[in-house]
Design a protein around this ligand. Structure first.
Ligand SMILES: Nc1ncnc2c1ncn2[C@@H]1O[C@H](COP(=O)(O)OP(=O)(O)O)[C@@H](O)[C@H]1O
Ligand SMILES: [Mg+2]
Length: 356
């Protein structure tokens, strides 16, 4: 079911935790609210669920305005970070809880639970209490319990945060698979950029109760519209440059940073300074300045880390801020030591000018 938020505001005293958010989540879409701790993700989700009444704004599920509909009648499934299972009930009874509350006949309950237990892969564990389950299994029970009532909308608030790193990876794939199988409209909350990119159709980046950007993971990664979005979504080098001219015919911006010139393709910048966002994997390490290449800069290696699939350097960058450079497939690479000079080439066609 489609979800539409129009100018939602929710305050706690003087704090506008959600400060005028409008967005639409499409039928069957996996939509993620992404942002740092305290940016208002949980508040927005709880407002959607009906646990909070918004101070302003309209919430629509499909065509219906649900502002005045209580949480238990909004037909949503909800999964929390801490699972919130009933400790004295076994797996089956935990999952059955919502169905029994809805007075569903016994045989249908058994049938629906059988199916959902299969799809979250908890077969054989029906009679165990939560205390005898691993964290991942408990989270599956929580997911099954949310899904078994056939909700129109699934809301999940940092459901994987309490799991260890490896389990987090496999559970997020599973959540995505189940969501696709069921085609259920899902709104997911996380502060983990990689997790958001891996599971989502679209992501909304939140900052201080407001939307910074909404888009598909690739759109936000490759075309961040703000400094915050560029820095929050993956890692990015932000380089400040002075604009020296514009080559209209080739659509090239001529710029300078720390006395070194740099030209890159793009529209004419609005002012005399630009902020460029350059991803670490777009930068190439080169032998030196003598090979005639343009846009080559040098810096001092501050640190280097061999990470298997790449070497990650921190290098003093133009303007003094450290730059992060990633060299993939580094078997042949002669890894530079700290304090050595490293020459690198910024890509002329990749950097993005961003709004400050
Ligand atoms: N019940 C509450 N009472 C007062 N302030 C709250 C309450 N819940 C959240 N806040 C504040 O609202 C802001 C947003 O919180 P929250 O929605 O929990 O953020 P997130 O989930 O993104 O970490 C924070 O500054 C938080 O301290
Ligand atoms: Mg939260």
């Amino acid at each position: 079911m489609r979800v539409e938020l129009i100018n939602i505001v929710k305050s706690f005293g003087a704090l506008r935790a959600v400060d005028g958010i409008s967005l639409t989540v499409g039928e069957g879409e996996f939509f993620t609210l992404l942002g740092p701790s305290g940016c208002g993700k949980t508040t927005l989700l709880r407002t959607l669920a009906g646990f909070y009444q918004p101070d302003e704004g309209t919430i629509r599920f499909g065509e219906r305005v649900v502002n005045d509909i209580p949480a238990h009648r909004r037909e949503i499934g909800m999964v929390f970070q801490n699972y919130a299972l009933f400790p004295h009930l076994c797996v089956f009874d935990n999952i059955a809880y919502g169905l029994r509350a809805r007075k569903i006949p016994k045989t249908e309950i058994a049938d629906r639970i059988g199916r959902i237990i299969k799809s979250v892969q908890l077969e054989g564990l029906e009679n165990r209490p939560p205390s005898k389950l691993s964290g991942g299994q408990q989270q599956r029970v929580a997911l099954a319990r949310a899904l078994v009532i056939s909700p129109q909308i699934l809301l999940m608030d940092e459901p994987l945060s309490n799991l260890d790193a490896k389990l987090r990876l496999s559970m997020r794939e599973e959540i995505r698979r189940i969501q696709k199988d069921l085609g259920i409209t899902t709104i997911y909350v996380t502060h983990d950029q990689e997790e958001a990119m891996a599971v989502s159709d679209r992501i909304a980046i939140l900052n201080r109760g407001r939307l910074e950007q909404v888009g598909a993971p690739r759109e936000i990664y490759y075309r961040p519209e703000s400094l915050f979005a560029a820095e929050f979504m993956g890692s990015s080098n932000i380089i400040e440059m002075d604009v020296k001219g514009y080559d209209q015919a080739r659509s090239m911006v001529l710029a300078e940073a720390a006395g070194q010139s740099f030209s890159f393709s793009g529209p004419k910048p609005p002012g005399a300074r630009v902020l460029l966002s350059v991803r670490p994997e777009w930068i190439r390490v080169v032998a030196g300045p003598a090979d005639g290449e343009k846009n080559v800069f040098s810096g001092t290696v501050l640190s280097s880390a061999f990470l298997g699939s790449m070497v990650r350097y921190r290098v003093s960058g133009p303007g003094g801020k450290p730059m992060v450079i990633e060299v993939h497939d580094a078997e042949q690479e002669n890894i530079r030591k700290d304090g050595e000079t490293l020459w690198y080439k910024l890509p002329a066609d990749r950097p993005l000018m961003i709004r400050d």
